[in-house]
Design a binder for this molecule. Structure first.
Ligand SMILES: C[S@@+](CC[C@H](N)C(=O)[O-])C[C@H]1O[C@@H](n2cnc3c(N)ncnc32)[C@H](O)[C@@H]1O
Length: 212
């Protein structure tokens, strides 16, 4: 068995911790660590979680926003409902043209934060997986730009590769401050990396012709 496969699939510290503490995924800790450090989700926030299944980020987000916040999770697979009255989930494809309208119809007001952990089914062909991930990140950015309030925040997963810098530059056009983050709970050997956009520069300022 290739060493890399074994390394990537071993039951590591955060995997076991998530099991023990009854969280739905080890990803729970990635969001919590990033948010604790950069404070981009706050109590009472309205948050949209893209690619939310099985629900680790929903659990982390609900913990931060509390009972007066609002959390909406979207995934192409059904998410087992959470026990909180202010956490909602829908089955949806973030690349579908009607997804923004579907999200807006559920939100109580413009979102304070959009988070995206969306990943494609990996083919094993690096260039293909990287390009698919960038496509999904672009769809996430389009949604963020459509539902965020002015000065809202956007946290998105990417795979490192050739297309990374051009995505980063597009982020810089839409957010006042952009950071590249590798949370401690993200495996060092994984190519995943997160970009945090703080302070959405509203559509009015950018104009409708701004490319995502
Ligand atoms: C790494 S998982 C997310 C884990 C999640 N953040 C958590 O904490 O449990 C990536 C998710 O992206 C979803 N996904 C992939 N393509 C999608 C699409 N086009 N629209 C919506 N969700 C998608 C997958 O179904 C998968 O559940």
């Amino acid at each position: 068995m290739p060493k890399r496969w074994v390394r990537g699939n071993r039951k590591d510290y955060f995997y076991l911790k998530a099991k023990e503490e009854d969280y739905r995924s080890r990803a729970y800790y990635k969001l919590l660590q990033a948010s604790q450090k950069f404070q981009f989700i706050k109590p009472q926030d309205v948050v949209v979680d893209l690619g939310a299944a099985p629900g680790g980020w929903l659990q982390a987000t609900r913990k931060i926003v509390g009972s007066k916040g609002f959390v909406l999770g979207i995934d192409i697979v059904k998410i087992e409902p959470l026990e909180y009255p202010n956490v909602f989930t829908i089955v949806g494809d973030i690349t579908e043209p009607d997804i923004v309208d579907r999200i807006k119809a559920i939100l109580p007001r413009q979102a304070d934060v959009v988070i995206s952990d969306v990943s494609p089914h990996v083919s094993g062909i690096w260039e293909v997986d990287h390009a698919r991930q960038i496509d999904l990140a672009n769809s996430s950015m389009h949604i963020a730009r459509s539902v965020l309030r002015d000065k809202g925040n956007f946290f998105v997963k990417l795979f490192q590769g050739d297309l990374f810098n051009s995505f980063l530059n597009r982020m810089k056009k839409s957010f006042a401050d952009v950071k590249v983050i590798k949370p401690q709970a993200s495996r060092k050997e994984s190519a995943e990396i997160y970009i945090l956009g703080l302070g959405f520069i509203g559509k009015d300022i950018l104009g409708s012709s701004c490319e995502i």
